[in-house]
Design a protein around this ligand. Sequence first.
Ligand code: FES
Ligand SMILES: [Fe+2]
Length: 388
Amino acid sequence: MRNDAELLDHILSHIENGTTDLGDEEWLEPVENYASQARFEAERRLLRRIPVPFCPVAALPELGSYVARNSAGVPIVVVRDEQGTIRAFRNACRHRGMQLADGAGCTRIFRCNYHGWAYRLDGRLEYVPHEHGFPGLDKGNNGLVPVHSVEVQSGLVFVTQDEPVGRGALESLPNLLKDDQVVFDSNEKVEEVNWKLTAEATLEGYHIKSTHPESFFPYGYDNLNVVEMQGPNSRVCFPFRRIEKLRDAPRDHVSLDRMVTLVNRIFPFTSVTRLSQHYALSFAEPESPTRTRYFNYRLTLPAVEGEGVSDEALARAKKDVAFLSDTGDKEDAKVVSDIQAAIGSGANTHYRFGRFESAIGHLHRNLASYLARLEKREQGVVEQNNRI
Ligand code: FES
Ligand SMILES: [Fe+2]
């Protein structure tokens, strides 16, 4: 990925020449891939078998902070334990399976609401009321069940639930978040759409003029983007017109803060967007081919050296959120839900993504390749089982 100085020169040359980044070719994606139950299930199985972002590290600021939610339909709880280590467990009691944590919070112990079994933050089973009723129970062997692995990179917690079929986003991850960014808002939203339609709406600027004529377009350009790939991830840059003021700025320490919107697609279900005054993170949890639950977080910008997060910075961030929610976000949501409603129309066997929309082709190409790898691995297991 380019640094800010390189990005600036690249954008200015596009402005001068009336050009934009172009992919090598079009991409045709079968409409079937948005509608089929089998495809949806394969995507969910993949979600369990590659490292996928679960939440920002900033959502776990203290010892005992936890976030519990479904991932690929499996209840998972991620927690910062007493030593500060981030751990992830299947969110199910070892007695009779009750979920131990709900939503987000901070705790010293996970105590099951059903019969009171209690687990330490590192997963150990600590306490069983009336333990003499379980003569066969080995407490040492009945801690919370961890996921395959947890990794923290670029300010995100990645969870791999089961034996991985590849490194996914971690093949090569761009720099994303800094340690001093704090969560100032979070919510959970269900949309009656396929998750890929929402992702696609963020990954090209070809639609800015016609979909956002009064919200985004007056501040930006018509079809002018920088599209970069890193591993299966991508980053699409949407410059603001005010960037032209930087034409003669010395390049040594130039910063594009507040001059661009940067949409990072973290393969495949997550977006990390750097906006004018804040960062927006969205974690998709596909629930059916036509329904997706989103876990959204808003983070402050990285603090200016030595200043911490000021009240003014927070106020600017909130104003940014209000502007987006009232305008551009609604316009995009309408497009996405209208496409969803027409998916069964029979008009298209494929959707066509042009050379301006190459970040979308990149997402689909990598998803197809990972799904093929998953299928091969599953096929291998079936054959092995048949031989036994
Ligand atoms: S299910 Fe948790 S204590 Fe019984
Ligand atoms: Fe849009």
